[in-house]
Design a protein around this ligand. Structure first.
Ligand code: G6P
Ligand code: MG
Length: 216
């Protein structure tokens, strides 16, 4: 394997814990439609696009909607979600995340964001870490969802590095698969049972170090 030149970070669940806001907003929508869904079901929405998340939720509730109605529902959820994240502060950065990205930068590594969220830019601004990223590839710049590697390949391209020189940090299995599909190494953030396909699994970026990174 070639030397590591860049790190690509997913946002939700890796840098910030926005899953709780996504869950709250989707639940409000489901409740309005007359059903509810569990926290376990919510796990299946991690790393999944807005449109696909809505399709899954409607399936769980046994509800059928036209494409136009689905667009309206997705917009409604997003408006609630944006209302919630507009109150985010730097205190909501996950433990060790900012420090580890800073350590990587100081070591001369290039840094990109690779997220499915169309709200990435706003979240980075709210928690005050936009300056840490050399490139931001988010849901507005990709058309194929993870496990397609598009988001990470565009990240590598923006950083002018080869896929084999990148390490991806992801909390979703679809994200780890996307890294593998793109020919990149990966670090899973979460439990080894779920993210076992990654080269290394840690519970959070507070457990990462340059030594661990270079040993991948
Ligand atoms: C991330 C989250 C998903 C979310 C997706 C789209 O991948 O893990 O839960 O559905 O982004 O986010 P958006 O902010 O564009 O609705
Ligand atoms: Mg994620």
């Amino acid at each position: 394997m070639s030397i590591i030149k860049a790190c690509i970070f997913d946002l939700d669940g890796v840098i910030v814990d926005t899953a709780v806001y996504h869950y709250k907003a989707w639940r409000l929508l489901a409740n309005e439609l007359g059903f509810d869904f569990s926290e376990q079901d919510n796990e299946k929405l991690k790393g999944v696009s807005r449109v696909r998340s809505l399709e899954l939720i409607l399936q769980w509730g046994g509800v059928t909607k036209t494409k136009a109605e689905q667009d309206e529902l997705a917009s409604k959820k997003n408006a609630w979600y944006v209302g919630m994240i507009s109150h985010m502060t730097p205190a909501e950065i996950l433990p060790g995340a900012k420090e580890f990205v800073e350590t990587c930068r100081q070591a001369g590594l290039k840094i990109a964001l690779g997220s499915a969220s169309k709200n990435s830019g706003m979240i980075l601004e709210k928690v005050g870490i936009t300056y840490l990223f050399d490139a931001v590839i988010d849901g507005n710049k990709v058309s194929k969802a993870k496990p397609d590697p598009e988001v990470f390949l565009k990240g590598a391209q923006a950083l002018h590095v080869a896929p084999a020189e990148c390490v991806v940090f992801e909390d979703a299995i679809a994200g780890i698969e996307a890294a593998i599909n793109g020919g990149m190494r990966s670090v899973g953030i979460g439990s080894p049972e779920v993210l076992g396909k990654a080269n290394l699994v840690v519970s959070g970026l507070n457990e990462m170090s340059l030594e661990k990174l270079n040993a991948l």
